[in-house]
Design a protein around this ligand. Sequence first.
Ligand SMILES: [Zn+2]
Length: 225
Amino acid sequence: MGLRVQEGGLSGSAARLVFRGDAGVIRVRTGDLDTPRGRFSIAHEIGHFILHQGRMRTCSDLDMADLHSDAQQEAQANVFASELLLPAALCRPVIEGAEPSIDLAKFVANQFNVGLIASALRVLELSAEGCALLFVEPKGVRWFRRNEHFRGWLNVLGPPHRSSLAARLLRGSTSADADVADVGCWLDDARKLPEDSELTEYAVPMPNLGGALVLLHLSGCEPED
Ligand SMILES: [Zn+2]
């Protein structure tokens, strides 16, 4: 492919891609090379190399966690990296029959040597149950994804509801990583859900990104016909 990988020589950013004609050089932050984060950075830059032309591209930790919009180049490079490091054919048997949870995402992250955001996204995509994944900051939701089994309208405007696990975690009043949530914390019109549906909220603080990763599992909803 004509790509070389080098380490170091970056100030503050996670990775850089320099185009050299048909070839290119990827740099990752010192110390990252053989880590899950470094593997994701390299896969992300390969995504830019294949999908996006240019002279040079420098990507931050926030870029690596950006799933904001499919049309945006950082999000495209992240989807590419996820496909490369977490092939659906290998992940599906692990995820499909299991209950979606942050523990499952951590297990997948370990098995495939990737970071938690990438593995949680795969859990969302391949789970047979209703899931949503959000990156939540104190001032609001940076991005969110939901799978086709997730019923109900996610409320993603404004700061997270005070009693949500994410809000409690961000203000330091809990260190739990899972809780049964009041559906009203995250859903706009909870009345439309079946009575026995239950919303479980998982949240993991990510201080280096300034927020928390939230996985919502909505159970008890039959798939729509
Ligand atoms: Zn990038």
